[in-house]
Design a protein around this ligand. Structure first.
Ligand SMILES: Cc1cc2nc3c(=O)[nH]c(=O)nc-3n(C[C@H](O)[C@H](O)[C@H](O)COP(=O)(O)OP(=O)(O)OC[C@H]3O[C@@H](n4cnc5c(N)ncnc54)[C@H](O)[C@@H]3O)c2cc1C
Length: 285
């Protein structure tokens, strides 16, 4: 199918892009991996596209005062292969490496993925476990909010008209933290049937910090606080992990679709939570 007619702009600076967005009816074009198919199916019919690909300095990974800033236009491949992220925040690089295929990773961006808010996207599992923040810009406004406040529902965020994601902020990982991202893949698209990210720190032989992010299971990704609470203070034995992982789907209205029933997804979430936590525990110093 062919998209309906639209105006196309390619600003050369961030200020110009924000001005073009200010009217509220323009839509950002990033990698186009999600937006262009939606336009071709006429499920999205924007009248004006603002292409960010010529705006300088919107991509890239930098470290500053204990945080790592990942520009919105950083591609999945750049995230996956960033030496800084691999060394200082390996969970995010690991999640990026699981996205789709090489073509998608070369074009798709972290900002586009978060703005699209697909309930089965890979990044949110890692970003929930990392307690990431999202910086949003609009003419006259610059705010940074927690990911948990940014994602509000399936394909829905709190971003307001004219607002763009500038960057995603994650912490520099403390030495000795074990991390793992484990995903049950839907083989046709590469999306997660379920995906679980785990971050574990140990102290004195016990788990002192556990963070677990979940994607693919329900209407939106989330942090599995119940699992984290059951892990913290334990020695992280196989039995501790099995018991904690078993509550990962509690209270979640699991999705049913042509790929998996709700019951299967919930069962797989527990299995993959167990695997991710086990791997993270074994990597925690
Ligand atoms: C075949 C295929 C397989 C895929 N498999 C996976 C997978 O396994 N895992 C996974 O997580 N994803 C997967 N994806 C999705 C992919 O990660 C997309 O790259 C991503 O969802 C959208 O990023 P984009 O840069 O292409 O954004 P676009 O498609 O350009 O934009 C998507 C939406 O975000 C908005 N937007 C873009 N950038 C910004 C910004 N900076 N600020 C505000 N709004 C913005 C756009 O206006 C649009 O509404 C797959 C896609 C395809 C086509």
């Amino acid at each position: 199918m062919i998209a309906q007619n639209f105006e196309y702009s390619s600003p050369a600076s961030l200020e110009e892009a924000l001005q073009m967005m200010a009217g509220g009816d323009a839509k950002i074009l990033a990698g186009g991996m999600s937006l262009i198919p939606l336009m071709k199916l006429r499920l999205a019919t924007p009248g004006h596209l603002v292409d960010l690909s010529r705006v300088p300095a919107l991509d890239g990974v930098t470290e500053e005062k204990g945080n790592i800033r990942v520009g919105a236009m950083t591609t999945h491949f750049q995230v996956e292969s960033s030496a800084l992220l691999r060394a200082r925040c390996p969970l995010l690089a690991a999640a990026a490496s699981h996205i789709g295929d090489m073509q998608v990773r070369n074009m798709g961006t972290i900002g586009g993925s978060l703005a699209h808010a697909d309930p089965a996207a890979d990044y949110p599992a890692a970003l929930f476990a990392l307690e990431a923040r999202v910086r949003l810009l609009r003419v006259g406004s610059d705010r940074t909010i927690a990911l948990s406040d940014f994602l509000v529902d399936t394909f829905t965020t709190v971003a307001e008209a004219g607002e763009m994601i500038r960057e995603v902020i994650v912490p520099v990982e403390e030495a000795g933290t074990g991390v793992s991202y484990q995903k049950l893949v839907q083989p046709a698209s590469g999306f997660a049937i379920v995906g679980i990210a785990a971050r574990i720190r140990k102290s004195g032989g016990k788990i002192s910090m556990a963070r677990v992010g979940v994607t693919g299971l329900g209407p939106m990704p989330y942090r599995a606080v119940g699992v984290e609470k059951m892990l913290e203070g334990t020695a992280g034995t196989a039995d501790d992990i099995r018991k904690a992982a078993s509550v990962v789907a509690d209270g979640v209205d699991a999705n049913t679709d042509i790929h998996a029933s709700a019951a299967y997804r919930a069962r797989m979430a527990a299995v993959y939570a167990g695997r991710a936590i086990q791997a993270a525990v074994s990597r925690a110093a």
